[in-house]
Design a protein around this ligand. Structure first.
Ligand code: GLP
Length: 241
């Protein structure tokens, strides 16, 4: 595992976007695994800026997103589809049909999970960007007695709904379930880039990276990945030796 700590948000954004950009430059046909949440927003602005400046192109790339709320139509302002459109897709030259996100409004969510796993199988992720939930979730793989390998439907933890209440007005309005890529889907990526910011994440960063590997902290499974790169701001990294 390679842990890098940055003194400013701007430097962290540039480093994370730089790694994604170099993957695209080396392999314009690469498949990128993307994440939502507040953490990658600055990374996406940098990528959009550099793409518009012609430093690289997304024209031949593909993206697969980690997760989506169940029950939200794509055009709901808080769907992860809308998030990706607003924060990244609308600003870059990625063809619309090359961006995969689970369909949260599907009438058959089980079939949607199987369809998504087929997409992942056909398009192996070269670089997976991840954020980290306060309870150690990645994607929407919540702490549990057991974790699932494939894409599945998950009941969101009350802590997760509370954390995401800021986008919906109140925790009650946050959907109760989501579709998420499973742990095997995430760990299959060639390289994983975990980005975490803020002192409120320092304890979970410590547990995830230096604690025991346990399903109580799904992110701790990242310790088993042969190519894990962690980019932190100083606050998030303050409990690491
Ligand atoms: C969300 C997403 C995760 C994200 C995490 C942290 O619920 N499903 O993919 O990494 O929570 O979000 P944030 O970056 O806003 O702290």
């Amino acid at each position: 595992m390679n842990i890098l700590t940055f003194p400013t948000n701007e430097m962290l954004d540039e480093a994370a976007a730089g790694l994604i950009a170099s993957n695209l430059q080396e392999n314009p046909f690469c498949v990128l695994g993307l994440a939502t949440g507040s953490t990658p927003v600055g990374v996406y602005s940098k990528l959009a800026e550099w793409n518009q400046a012609g430093k690289f192109s997304f024209r031949n790339a593909q993206t697969v997103n980690l997760d989506e709320y169940l029950g939200l139509p794509q055009d709901h302002p808080q769907s992860y589809y809308s998030f990706m459109k607003t924060k990244l897709f609308r600003h870059i030259d990625l063809p619309g049909e090359m961006a995969y996100i689970p369909d949260g409004s599907t009438p058959d969510a089980q079939e949607e999970c199987r369809r998504y796993d087929r997409i992942l199988e056909r398009n192996p992720v070269q670089l997976q960007l991840l954020g980290l939930g306060h309870n150690g979730h990645i994607g929407f793989n919540e702490p549990d007695r057991g974790l699932k390998a494939g894409t599945h439907i998950v009941k969101l933890d009350p802590q997760t709904r509370q954390a995401n209440a800021r986008f919906f007005g109140s925790a009650d309005q946050v959907p109760t379930h989501a579709i998420t890529m499973g742990m095997a889907g995430i760990l299959k990526a060639g390289t994983i880039l975990l980005v975490v910011r803020g002192q409120d994440k320092a304890e979970i960063v410590r547990r995830a990276l230096t604690g025991p590997i346990t399903t109580d902290c799904p992110a701790s499974l990242l310790q088993t990945h042969p190519r894990l790169i962690v980019m932190l701001d100083q606050e998030a990294g303050r409990l690491l030796a």
